[in-house]
Design a protein around this ligand. Structure first.
Ligand SMILES: Cc1cc2nc3c(=O)[nH]c(=O)nc-3n(C[C@H](O)[C@H](O)[C@H](O)COP(=O)(O)O)c2cc1C
Length: 201
């Protein structure tokens, strides 16, 4: 079982990476093969809205995104981690989400992946960041595990936050337990893009 943690912080070794590392270590101790990916230093261009990926399952923009998509597709569980930037996720997080629009083909899709979310902030906006990941998880037919948010930058880091550390450990273990259950949406529910536009019909 593979669990991938993705840090959407531009900082190489910031609070988000610390939180993800804690959760991934717990998942590893529970038996998972884990990997931490950081957007730091990567070339990840924004979506250009061409929609061609929905037919092919692949984005035509040639940068570091396809390698990240391959890692996401290979994992049974993904922990998304973002700092809060202006009451929401970082631009890097949104870029990765937008560019995964085409991951809905029978061969390349995110359905049934167990997802956790961690967010690190200074004062306000964590709920907004988590909320946006929740919609993402819904629309891709992924499965929510839990989320952990922390006022990391005013609290002196994870070492000073034992409750947060415990929650991250629980999340890591929970991810493994949920993947082990092996829940799968019935195939008829995961065909194509979902949850768009039912109000327009
Ligand atoms: C551009 C920018 C915008 C930010 N906006 C917010 C915000 O709206 N709310 C908040 O609580 N913290 C905000 N912060 C603080 C970060 O969320 C916080 O320092 C976080 O712990 C950084 O995580 P990292 O070390 O993983 O990068 C902002 C930081 C930056 C650089």
């Amino acid at each position: 079982m593979k669990i991938l943690g993705i840090s959407f912080s531009p900082r190489k070794n910031g609070n988000t990476v610390a939180m993800l590392t804690e959760a991934l270590n717990a998942a590893e101790a529970a038996g998972a093969e884990v990997e931490l990916y950081s957007v730091n230093g990567k070339n990840l261009q924004p979506c250009d809205g061409c929609w061609s990926c929905v037919k092919t399952g692949r984005c035509h923009i040639k940068d570091d995104m396809e390698a990240l998509h391959d890692k996401m597709l290979a994992a049974e569980g993904i922990v998304f981690g973002t700092p809060v930037y202006f009451y929401g996720m970082t631009a890097q997080a949104k870029t990765v989400i937008d560019r995964s629009l085409g991951l809905v083909t029978p061969e390349r899709n995110l359905a049934n992946k167990v997802c956790g979310v961690v967010s690190s902030c200074g004062s306000l906006g964590m709920i907004d960041a988590i909320k946006d990941f929740t919609y993402y998880i819904f629309t891709r037919h992924m499965l929510p595990a839990n989320h952990v948010s922390a006022y990391m930058s005013i609290s002196g880091g994870l070492d000073k936050m034992p409750k947060c550390r415990q929650c991250l450990n629980d999340l890591g273990k929970q991810m493994v337990a949920l993947v082990n259950i092996g829940f799968k949406y019935p195939p008829e529910y995961i065909k194509g893009p979902s949850a768009f536009g039912t109000h327009t019909m």
